[in-house]
Design a protein. Structure first.
Ligand SMILES: [Zn+2]
Ligand SMILES: [Zn+2]
Length: 543
């Protein structure tokens, strides 16, 4: 096609110089003539290039003006800008983006891990500690996604009786993670703030006056009732029944909720804590004390508990616990150690056969029909009294029904029935997609092996994880190392020594297919509150 032909009236896309045969042409700005037309897909391609050099952390990126305004004519585009999540998904691919949900594992890429490790080692001693504190969480990280909370489009702040000053000093607008939130406040509280401001002004004026009027002499007539101070009004609003001593105010993003800002929380399965700090131990004993006071008849001390450094956020708090057993994946995720202890105890009571319970780690042995399963490790899920067998979730994801005589309990020394996570890692969806697009993280489905393996969890992700394809977003260092590795691999294969490896991989794939069919359907997902209710109800009636 001759695009230089001035006689040609056929409109062409100003990016790709192709016509409507490649897709409908749009006129998104005020550019005229040969620049007027373009394909939306071509505009999007250009817009996504804009984000390549930006930081993936939401605190560091600003809404890019080039997504809204034409670079040539400076008029705003009449088509909506791409969202950050859309842009990032265009780099990772939808298949990987769709893996960002609960019970998936995010694993750090070996190259990324190594490069962080080198940075920590190479840093001067003053920086080492600071770097280590954050990087240590990412090196060989294997993060189980425990929560994906939909973005609500607002932030909430809870105010109690002590927060009167805070209320009167609230900013109209706050900026966080690249978004702007505007204060939304009820009329009654607005009144309190206005009254307080008036009071302040009056006080200032009084201070300014040299001769304040003398206080009037006491009269015999009763004084008119003094109006309540703003503080008193605030307290009376809080003490209303429906407020129960505190009130929640909201900062809302006028553009509403955004899928890309969904909050993802995950805990690192790969950093068991060898010992607890005194304050951690104190917190644990407090929780045990509380549970024991509530349920004095129950023996909690023999429930195996292993503590983990779960991630950099709130690392002095227990943010999540996994209790082995249950009906689904092989574990249940709960928000507090108290509930975890109650749930673990409940599972112990529902045993089937001596020394077995839901959540018990077992080794399969003595099977004649399925000799291949002998030696496999698994977790007991549920006892089928009608069959006299345990539903066991095996390390490779397979669900099988096995008689207690073919199961040997494993000691709970290395891994507890409760995994306690101090701290977690948090991302927005768009941020994590960005880091995945850079090549830093891969994703895979979590299975029992991730909570059961007796070797390093991160190593167990090898061969299971999928990574984003190489794009313009890919980290330059990642790319270089990848190419080197690819080169080495090719040399290795050419030398004729790689055949064995290839075969092994193929076999592995076959196994997975077979297992997939036998796998049970996903368990009904319950919220923390539902699990808590269930456990408490059961305890009340059961004891
Ligand atoms: Zn085009
Ligand atoms: Zn234009």
């Amino acid at each position: 096609m001759n695009t230089d032909d001035p006689n040609s009236d056929d409109p062409l896309c100003r990016f790709c110089f192709e016509g409507p045969s490649d897709g409908p042409l749009i006129q998104p700005c005020s550019c005229s003539g040969s620049s007027a037309n373009l394909h939306l897909s071509c505009l999007r391609k250009w817009q996504r290039m804009v984000v390549v050099d930006q930081h993936t952390h939401p605190a560091f990126y600003e809404d890019d003006v080039r997504h809204h305004i034409c670079n040539t004519c400076k008029s705003p585009y009449n088509c909506p800008p791409p969202t950050r999540a859309e842009l990032m998904t265009s780099f990772t691919g939808v298949e990987i983006a769709s893996l960002l949900c609960v019970n998936r594992v995010i694993g750090s890429h070996a190259i990324f891990s190594d490069s962080l490790g080198r940075e920590v080692e190479g840093a001067g001693s003053s920086r080492v500690r600071l770097l280590q504190r954050s990087y240590v969480h990412w090196i060989r990280g294997a993060y189980l996604i425990t929560n994906v909370d939909e973005d609500k489009g607002y932030l909430e702040v809870e105010l109690t009786g002590r927060d009167f000053r805070l209320l009167c000093n609230l900013k109209e607008e706050i900026k966080a993670e690249g978004r702007t939130y505007k204060l939304e406040i009820g009329e009654n509280l607005k009144g309190v703030v206005a009254a307080f401001e008036k009071q302040q002004e009056e006080e200032e004026e009084e201070e300014g006056e040299d001769n304040a009027p003398p206080t009037p002499p006491p009269t015999t007539s009763p004084a008119p009732p003094t109006p309540p101070t703003p503080q008193q009004t605030f307290q009376s609003i809080l003490s209303k029944n429906e407020n129960n001593g505190s009130i929640t105010i909201r900062y809302a993003d006028p553009t509403g909720p955004s899928y890309g800002d969904d909050h993802i929380k995950a805990v690192n399965l790969s950093r068991p804590l060898a010992e607890l700090s005194p304050s951690m131990s104190r917190k644990i004993s407090q929780i045990y004390g509380k549970v024991k006071r509530k349920k004095p008849m129950i023996q909690f001390d023999d429930i195996g508990v292993v503590n983990y450094s779960g991630g950099p956020c709130d690392d002095d708090k227990i943010v999540r616990c996994l209790v082995l057993g249950g009906n689904g994946s092989g574990w249940t995720s709960v928000g507090s150690l108290e509930v975890a202890l109650l749930l673990a105890h409940k599972r112990r009571k529902e045993g089937g056969g001596e020394g077995f319970w839901s959540g018990r780690k077992v080794e399969v042995g003595g099977l004649v029909g399925r000799k291949d399963l002998n030696g496999e490790l698994g977790v007991c899920l549920k006892y089928r009294a009608d069959l006299g067998r345990w539903n066991v979730r095996l390390r490779n994801g397979l669900g099988v029904q096995i008689k207690p005589t073919n199961l040997t309990p494993r000691s709970t020394e290395t891994r507890g029935e409760i995994m306690v996570f101090w701290g977690d890692a948090r991302w927005t969806r768009a941020q994590l997609l960005g880091e995945i697009a850079r090549g830093h993280w891969g994703l895979c489905k979590a299975d029992v092996s991730d909570v059961l393996v007796e070797k390093e969890v991160w190593k167990g992700l090898d061969g299971r994880m999928v990574f984003a394809p190489v794009t313009a977003m890919t980290d330059a260092e990642m790319l270089r190392s990848r190419e080197e590795m690819e080169h080495m691999r090719r040399n290795f294969l050419e030398a004729g020594e790689g055949d064995e490896e290839e075969e092994e991989e193929e076999e592995g794939e076959e196994d997975e297919e077979e297992e997939e069919e036998e796998e049970e359907e996903d368990p009904m997902r319950m919220t923390d509150a539902e699990i808590e209710d269930l456990v408490r109800e059961d305890m009340e009636t059961g004891e």
